[in-house]
Design a protein around this ligand. Structure first.
Ligand SMILES: O=C(O)C1=C[C@@H](OP(=O)(O)O)[C@@H](O)[C@H](O)C1
Ligand SMILES: C=C(OP(=O)(O)O)C(=O)O
Length: 425
């Protein structure tokens, strides 16, 4: 990757973009596959793993604990080992590392310290640390930095958490639960849990590994203690990271096909099919000589939407950018929890879209936007990869948009800016 100017002039798509793209693998699938492989009963391969900052941090964390991840090729191999040492884990800005690794660090015979980027110290983690304490893990504190003092085993059992701030609190406990002496029985008590598809993804992957999970009751998940079968995973393309590319079809009146879009998936990004249809795009699966995938064609006009994004909050930045370019008003609801993402995304979107002329109102749990003429300017990203996606979408439609720190996209997408420019220029 070449050095990028900062701020980066976002390429303007002054023609309908016609492209077929192969996207890197899913962050959420890759990091679950790596973690489960590291605590499984034998070696596994993670094929087409996403190579990005979040997944490299996960690989480094598991390697430091004692299960080496060989990431030298496209297919990563994971060899479970004894967690018999002290380790230091850098969480960067990866929620999946900060939330998923401490419950397995409790199984270590050693002291495991955790820290991360400056903003990571503000992202919510206290509920998990409290839950781990009540399951028998010695982990004082309620924010980064913290230290897990592992004893080689975790009692486990029943625990109540308020997961209204993040579904990752539930996923984290379930992923490690089969390795706890009594398994884990997690109940949620609080406002509705966001991002439920991500919990379904966790449950589905545990079952692939032969783990017995009961999710038959709302707000309760039970993992039985037992073996974790090694599994070779083939990682699907990251459907949430498809958002800016499909949005490019929508804003340029072109056609973009994302190859290998799964017909059935637990990825939250699959909701883009309905969202883009509601915004006036033509959306459908295609099978052709160039492979199969999802094709989106922009109609030249973008309709505003009223959408509850509670289940798919990570799509908000890209969707909000589209709403800022739409011909009618939009209301995005149910997403108060994304204030705890890589940045306070509601505040950041209101500020940055507003700075480019958008008429945005920030609510406690959402955003409303009404049509207004947009203009160029600097779009700040707050080290948030998906803010950069929002910036480039607007920049494709509006002259003179400069995206600050576009390199932050490396969290989940290698050389995003180069890939994006290649489609437009
Ligand atoms: O488990 C996961 O892989 C994720 C869960 C969601 O987190 P929240 O529940 O905190 O929104 C999602 O937004 C994040 O990008 C990835
Ligand atoms: C919320 C996100 O990430 P994380 O896994 O760091 O929570 C995201 O990618 O939109």
């Amino acid at each position: 990757m070449t050095d990028l100017p900062d701020p980066w002039p976002a390429p303007r798509a002054d023609h309908p973009v016609d492209a077929i793209v192969t996207l890197p693998g899913s962050k959420s699938l890759t990091n679950r596959a790596l973690l489960l492989a590291a605590i499984a009963d034998g070696p596994s391969v993670v094929r087409r793993a996403l190579r990005s900052r979040d997944t490299s941090l996960m690989a480094a964390a598991l390697t430091a604990l004692g299960s080496p991840v060989d990431a030298s090729g496209d297919d990563w191999t994971v060899t479970p080992g004894a967690f018999d040492r002290d380790a230091a884990v850098d969480c960067g800005l990866a929620g999946t590392v900060m939330r998923f690794v401490p419950p397995v660090a409790g199984l270590a015979r050693g002291t495991v310290s955790f820290d991360g980027d400056p903003h990571m110290r503000k992202r919510p983690i206290g509920e998990i640390l409290g839950a781990l304490r009540s399951l028998g893990v010695d982990v004082p504190g309620d924010a980064l930095p913290f230290t897990v003092r592992g004893t080689g085993s975790v009692r486990g059992g029943t625990v109540v958490v308020d997961a209204s701030a993040s579904s990752q609190f539930i996923s984290a406990l379930l992923l490690a639960g089969a390795r706890y002496d009594e398994g884990v029985d997690v109940r949620h008590d609080g406002k509705p849990v966001p991002s439920l598809p991500h919990i379904d993804m966790t449950v589905a992957m545990l079952r692939e590994h032969g783990v017995d999970v009961d999710d038959s009751e709302a707000n309760r998940w039970s993992v039985a203690p037992g073996p974790i079968k090694p599994v070779d995973h083939l990682i699907e393309p990251d459907l949430s990271n498809a958002a800016p590319f499909l949005a490019l079809a929508a804003v340029s009146g072109g056609t973009v096909t994302v190859r290998d879009w799964p017909r059935r998936t637990t990825q939250a990004g699959d909701a883009l099919r309905d969202i883009l249809t509601a915004m006036g795009c033509e959306v459908g699966f295609v099978d052709g000589p160039d492979g199969s995938g999802l094709r989106v064609t922009g109609s030249g006009t973008l309709l505003g939407i009223d959408a509850d994004l509670h289940d798919v909050g990570e799509l908000t930045p890209a969707v909000a950018a589209l709403c800022a370019l739409a011909d009618g008003p939009s209301h995005l609801r149910g997403i108060g929890h994304i204030r705890g993402h890589e940045t306070d995304r509601l505040a950041a979107l209101a500020t940055e879209l507003g700075a480019l002329g958008a008429d945005v109102t920030e609510h406690e749990d959402g955003l409303s936007l009404v049509p207004a003429p947009l203009h160029g300017g600097v779009f700040r990203t707050y080290a948030d990869h998906r803010m950069a996606h929002a910036g480039v979408i607007v920049g494709a439609a509006v002259d003179g948009v400069l995206v600050e720190n576009v390199a932050t996209t490396s969290k989940t997408f290698p050389d995003f800016a180069g890939f994006w420019s290649g489609l437009i220029e």
